[in-house]
Write a protein of this length. Structure first.
Lengths: 308, 283
């Protein structure tokens, strides 16, 4: 390929000092208020942009929820069917076959509450891992604050959780619990867990964007977490003789805290004495730490999402 | 490219930039700068390049374990080598060059989607890149993609409602029946590209970059697109257009950049650059 004469080259700047001229372009940019492309905005402005995109977040979440079951015959009936089947399977294995109901009164509501509350966090993390890596088309086509994606996916799971809670109320009443004022405590529990989940979704969205193998790994990590969170057994009974440090870790485990708070809200026989120490404070601390940490951690890599 | 060459190219761009405003420093008929590329280099690191496939799981594990730090099995592709230019308001700039000459990479770097290896791109506002491969949400119907795309670009729900019909009409998706309510995965590539362009063109952009998106449309759509590009320019935006159609560049653009092997070969009035490009490709 031959180089052709160019009008730009005819300008003949041969006598100019190259470094001075290179600075000239940067200076020209500065004079006209041009900013380096692809730089992430300051944190405050980023949050403002996110707020501006709230309708996008909402519409994206609705679209994802309706697309999820769009190829299934029963469609959105699965939003009720999935938690029901989930509860049935866990009851079959842990209630009937393994009989982990040692020392637990009202085992069915105890187990089902545990399964549903943990599934909420589990599904949020799993969708968060793919929030960036699964939407590269959208990210590369349009500019919007990327945190909108993990937040929208967490919102999908929050709406699913509201449906799941309906199923849970039915199961709890069917197994002999009567509605009480105490039940209103599920509102703060769900709110704190939702904030916590959103934070986790942001953290794993960034991690999953960097390390694509994480999507393969996370199901195993989450299953391990579930078995350590007292979903199908009582930590209080099983870990009665555990050394203090182990007991401490089991007690501050956010999943266990949210599960126990939910049980405390719904089940008569689950009393305040069975809650881990300072359960409400621990839950609030986890929610705040995950949310703030998640936002900052995700925002720090804002300009890198969508690059290959 | 030698360092001095690169500096010279930078100097030329700066000189051109200054030559385009009148002596008083007030911009002439050309507007303010919207994009400034300053000695831009882009290097891709390609993982999973040749020689690393095959052998199945155990072999992959061995490679993962024996991989050295740093170079880590990634190959470096120097896609853009020291490009400098200044783009201004109201300009439509065609980018031409053979396949693999770095045109698309250049636009992606301007859009801030790839970090520069060295040098810098300065932009006014957020440039929007519209490529053929940019899929939206394939499982969703076209209508939901329109709404989502508009909201993602920062429109309010009221603005989306207001412009929805125009966008669908512009895209021509419904010309042959009610296709807008079908999932996007059922669209032909031409239909999908048209819809994406229609969505992106619904908003006024400071800088809009179009990567061969118009090539897929039929004649009527191309006419509408050219008209829309003119409107965008009149609203003081800058439009970049990558195309292999020299005619499109001549008709739509007033300036052209000729890229070859990652270098900016020529920058000038569209007709002159296209002439030179055609003369070079004649043999």
């Amino acid at each position: 390929m031959s180089s052709s004469p160019s009008p730009a080259r005819a300008a003949d700047p041969a006598d100019a000092d190259p470094t001075a001229e290179a600075a000239g372009l940067a200076e020209l940019a500065a004079r006209h208020g041009l900013a380096p492309s692809g730089k992430r905005p300051p944190f405050g402005r980023y949050l403002k942009q996110l707020w501006h995109h709230r309708h996008f977040i909402d519409t994206f979440a609705r679209a994802r929820a309706s697309a999820k079951y769009s190829r299934a015959n029963l469609g959105r009936l699965w939003e009720v069917g999935t938690p029901l089947l989930n509860a049935a399977v866990y009851y079959l294995i842990f209630g009937l076959l393994l009989q982990t109901d040692r020392g637990v009164e009202d085992f069915i509501p105890f187990l089902v509450t545990g399964v549903f509350v943990f599934t909420f966090t589990q599904q949020t993390v799993l969708s968060g891992v793919r929030a960036v890596s699964g939407n590269l088309g959208l990210i590369r086509a349009l500019h919007f604050p990327r945190a909108a994606l993990p937040i929208a996916l967490a919102l999908v799971q929050m709406r699913q959780m509201l449906v799941t809670m309906g199923v849970l109320f039915v199961i709890v009443v069917a197994t002999g619990q009567l509605p009480q004022w105490n039940w209103f405590l599920v509102v703060p529990v769900l709110a704190l867990q939702s904030l916590f989940n959103t934070g986790l979704s942001l953290v794993f969205a960034r991690a999953g964007a960097k390390v694509s193998d994480l999507a393969q790994l996370m199901p195993f990590v989450l299953r391990t977490w579930m078995y350590a969170s007292g979903v199908m057994y009582s930590i209080e009974v099983m870990a009665a003789g555990a050394p203090a440090p182990v007991r401490f870790v089991l007690d501050v485990n956010p999943a266990a805290v949210f599960i126990d708070l939910m049980r405390f809200s719904l089940i008569d026989s689950f009393t305040a004495s069975q809650l881990p120490p300072y359960a409400w404070w621990v839950a609030a601390a986890w929610a705040l730490a995950a949310l703030v940490g998640g936002f900052v951690y995700f925002w720090k890599a804002e300009e890198s999402y969508g690059r290959d | 490219m030698a360092a001095t060459d690169q500096a010279t190219a930078t100097a030329q761009a700066a000189a051109t930039a200054e030559a385009r405003s009148d002596p008083a420093g007030v911009p002439s008929d050309l507007g303010e700068p919207t994009v400034i590329a300053d000695g831009l280099h882009v290097v891709y690191r390609v993982r999973g390049a040749a020689g690393r496939s095959g052998g199945g799981g155990p072999a992959a594990l061995m490679r993962a374990l024996t991989r050295r730090k740093g170079s880590g099995g990634a190959r470096r592709v120097h896609a853009v080598k020291g490009v400098s230019f200044v783009a201004r308001r109201g300009e439509a700039i065609g980018v031409i060059g053979s396949n693999g000459s770095g045109k698309s990479t250049l636009l992606r770097a301007v859009a801030g989607l790839i970090p520069p290896e060295s040098g810098q791109v300065y932009t006014n506002g957020q440039p929007s890149l519209l490529g053929v491969n940019a899929a939206l949400m394939n499982d969703l119907p076209g209508e939901r993609n329109v709404v989502l795309g508009c909201l993602a670009m920062g429109m309010t729900p009221a603005e989306v409602r207001e412009r929805y019909d125009d966008i669908v009409e512009f895209s021509g998706i419904n010309d042959k029946g009610d296709f807008i309510s079908l999932p996007m995965r059922t669209y032909s590539s031409g239909m999908a590209a048209r819809l994406r362009f229609a969505i992106a063109a619904a908003r006024d952009h400071d800088v809009l970059m179009i990567d061969e998106a118009l090539a897929t449309g039929d004649r009527a759509f191309r006419k509408r697109s050219e008209k829309r590009i003119k409107e965008l320019r009149e609203k003081a935006g800058t439009v970049f257009l990558v195309s292999h159609s020299n005619k499109t560049i001549r008709d739509t653009c007033d300036r052209a950049l000729w890229m070859e092997r990652g270098e900016l070969v020529m920058d000038g009035p569209a007709s002159e650059v296209v002439d030179a490009y055609e003369a070079d490709n004649a043999d």
